[in-house]
Write a protein that binds this ligand. Structure first.
Ligand code: ADP
Ligand code: MG
Length: 698
């Protein structure tokens, strides 16, 4: 089969029957260029005729969908302007009425059309639906196809303007499948299609647009999901195969006993999970290839010390190590903790953040490039120009989810392929991690240090705040400390949020007048933040009123209460991160989520999940479920194509299978030239040309 033979599916939409230049232009703007794009256009839903009601059977106040023929379209101009469309389904007549935009709607309907209308039924002289949802199904009765299931497509203003409603789309699909259907090539390995009993590709498009049954629609989706995920994983597998050949790494050959010695000076014993991950890192770095490892561990699981030990290994082998954190506060905290840990070892440390004076930065940069420091902790300032490590052996990136791929790359580029360790407290399921961070190995710290008491979480509506304040005073009376967190730092007129600054003033004057309060927010200078954090940590204040700047890293074991105001404004993972600031000492800690009384369903679910569990993995899964994977990490940000049919979270099982299949294909036949792979190769090339170029093509 010739490589250059054009695929029938590459036919431009412009040449399809029913698509002229104007329609083609609109379709192109929607990203639909070829017959394939067209056939993959996804129905929004299917109208199932077996679930329809007949007008003769409807009840007042019931929700119903009916299909019928339009008898008349009348725009009443006297009195309140309204449009009345009378629909007949042979068992009765129903009036669909519009008061708003009556004129505009009136132009859409014509007598003789078949329509579906959905809404609440009422009765006023006749059966009525006011402002129903509607779909025009055909221009006249004869045209309506006889299938039980009618696909409904997304519609936009632009589509409407060029008359591309369901009717026109169905006609285009019908013509296209009639003309080209027989020639649509299979694009999956034949043995997989057989093994999983997938519909053929041709049949899939047919069923997608002209389904015979619910069962067929499901089969068709099953195939499309697998196909989409197979090619996504194929992209990852090919990149891994051709681009990420093991790179020679800086050898950090350190015996396990040496690492054991380092841990002896720590103020605590490592947990089993920490020990396991440290060993994985040691093996990676001594293997001669570059390490690329992601460490996932819940808030408080002790990732810092793991990163620190990795850095100490690199330093012991004569390299420099860098730790990059997403905020100045966190960088600062890491720096102080690390300094305390390595004090006796003679390791030279340095802090580099954006808010340092230019002269200080300059001095730091010089020390780094002259190799006068071993361990550098910093923020984004680390990846700025002027920073040049003389011998960077390891780059550690804390709270990976706060950085993009590019920033990770930027740090790595500072040191001629250093080992890379990224740490995150936002765990994601393993298959997902492998897909999103396709090039990383994953370690999990699935154990908390001993003696931690789970944080008790309580959801309270705002009117109960006075009781919450009593509760806080009570605990302060026992020598404990509290955080009060707000979503924003200044109130904006648009979003009526309580702001940290305003509340700080208010608290100082009233509710907590007898207590010592401090304020912390993102617009303060580094020196101010440092001073505030230092004072709070050393017990010089009872309450820290703060914005989410304290989300990550802040570590004050004596703080046992966290009140989060407007908790409904935060996502689940963020709430969990915030909550992780308490429960760090031996004492029982509490997190109070305060919200307005009226909350939408999803927000309520979030609060209940927070009350129910302290497990970051469970929370991450729930977060994914509530938000969908797309929004959670934006596949595009990771350089992956958008998914139309599959979902990385809810279709995890298919992800797993597709991954195994795609990796097996690449392992056996990386150039996709083998028997049964032509279709795969062709589809891959026409779809993923921009993302990955298979080698060896003239
Ligand atoms: P995270 O994983 O959220 O970054 P940290 O590294 O900040 O967690 O650790 C949280 C707290 O637990 C710190 O105070 C740290 O010193 C402490 N810690 C870490 N490992 C252990 C351990 N094995 N035993 C006791 N405390 C530990
Ligand atoms: Mg941390």
């Amino acid at each position: 089969m010739s490589e250059n033979r054009p695929d029938i599916l590459d036919t431009e939409v412009m040449f399809l029957k029913g698509v002229g230049p104007r329609r083609a232009e609109v379709l192109n703007e929607m990203g639909i260029f070829s017959l394939l794009d067209m056939l993959e256009y996804r129905p929004r839903r299917y109208l199932d005729r077996s679930e329809l009601r007949r007008i003769g059977e409807v009840d007042v106040d019931a929700e119903a969908t009916i299909i019928g023929e339009i008898l008349s379209v009348r725009l009443h101009r006297r009195g309140r302007r309204r449009l009345v469309v009378r629909v007949n389904d042979t068992t009765g007549v129903l009036e669909a009425t519009w008061f708003n935009h009556a004129e505009g709607f009136s132009r859409m309907f014509k007598a003789g059309q078949m329509v579906a209308v959905s809404g609440k039924v009422s009765f006023y002289r006749a059966w009525q639906m006011v402002h129903p949802d509607f779909d025009i199904l055909s221009e006249n009765r004869e045209q309506l196809n006889t299938g039980q299931l009618i696909p409904l497509y997304p519609s936009t203003q632009e589509l409407k303007k060029v008359g591309l409603g369901h009717v026109a789309l169905r006609r285009i699909f019908h013509e296209a499948l009639k003309r080209y259907g027989e020639q649509i090539p299979e694009n999956l390995p034949g043995d997989r299609v057989k093994r999983y009993k997938l519909l053929s590709r041709r049949e899939t498009f047919h069923q997608l647009h002209f389904p015979e049954s619910r069962e067929q629609i499901e089969q068709c989706w099953r195939r499309l999901k697998y196909e989409e995920l197979f090619f996504l994983q194929l992209l990852i597998a090919l990149r891994r195969h051709f681009e990420l050949q093991p790179i020679a790494g800086k050898k950090v050959a350190l015996a396990a006993e040496k690492v054991g010695e380092m841990t002896r000076h720590l103020p605590f014993t490592l947990t089993g999970a920490q020990t396991r991950v440290v060993e994985e890192i040691r093996r990676d770095m001594s293997g001669g290839r570059v390490m690329n490892r992601l460490v996932q561990g819940d808030v408080g699981s002790g990732k810092t010390v793991v990163g620190l030990l990795a850095m100490r290994m690199a330093i012991a082998a004569g390299y420099q190590a860098a730790l990059m954190a997403p905020t100045e506060i966190l960088a600062q905290q890491h720096y102080f903790n690390i300094e305390a840990f390595v004090q006796a070892s003679g390791i030279r440390t340095l802090l580099l953040t954006g808010s340092m004076k230019a002269s200080e930065k300059k001095a730091a940069q010089q020390a780094i490039s002259a190799g006068q420091v071993d361990l550098v902790v910093g923020t984004h300032a680390l990846i700025q120009e002027g920073v040049d490590f003389s011998r960077l052996g390891l780059a550690v990136i804390d709270e990976q989810h706060r950085f993009g791929v590019l920033q990770r790359q930027a740090l790595i580029s500072k040191g001629g392929s250093p080992h890379v360790l990224v740490m995150t407290a936002t765990p994601i399921p393993r298959t997902l991690a492998l897909t999103i961070y396709g090039d990383l190995d994953v370690s999990v710290i699935d154990e908390l240090p001993p003696g931690r008491q789970p944080v008790q979480t309580h959801w309270r509506t705002e009117e109960r705040l006075p009781m919450v304040f009593d509760f806080i005073r009570d605990h302060i009376g026992r020598g404990e400390q509290a955080y009060i967190v707000y979503p924003l730092i200044e109130s904006s007129e648009k979003i009526d949020l309580k702001a940290a600054t305003e509340h700080y003033d208010y608290f100082c004057k009233s509710v907590f007048a007898d207590y010592r309060l401090l304020l912390l927010h993102g617009r303060m200078s580094m020196a101010e933040k440092e001073q505030v954090m230092g004072a709070f940590k050393s017990g010089k204040a009872d309450i820290l009123v703060a914005t989410t700047v304290i989300e990550v890293g802040v570590d004050v074991p004596n703080a046992t209460i966290m009140l989060i105001e407007h908790a409904e404004r935060f996502g689940l993972s963020q709430l969990h991160q915030l909550r992780g600031r308490v429960g760090r000492g031996g004492r029982r800690s509490h997190c109070i989520l305060s919200t307005p009384p009226a909350l939408n369903e999803v927000a309520q679910q979030r609060m209940m999940i927070m009350e129910k569990t302290n497990d970051g993995f469970v929370i991450a899964e729930e977060d994914l479920r509530l938000r969908g994977s797309g929004e959670f990490f934006g596949t595009r940000q990771h350089g992956l194509p958008d998914l139309r049919y599959a979902d990385l979270v809810s279709d995890q099982k298919i992800v797993q299978v597709a991954r195994e299949d795609a990796f097996a294909v690449v392992e056996g036949d990386p150039h996709l030239r083998g028997v049964g792979h032509q279709g795969v190769r062709r589809h891959f090339q026409s779809r993923y040309r921009e993302r990955f170029q298979l080698p060896g093509i003239a």
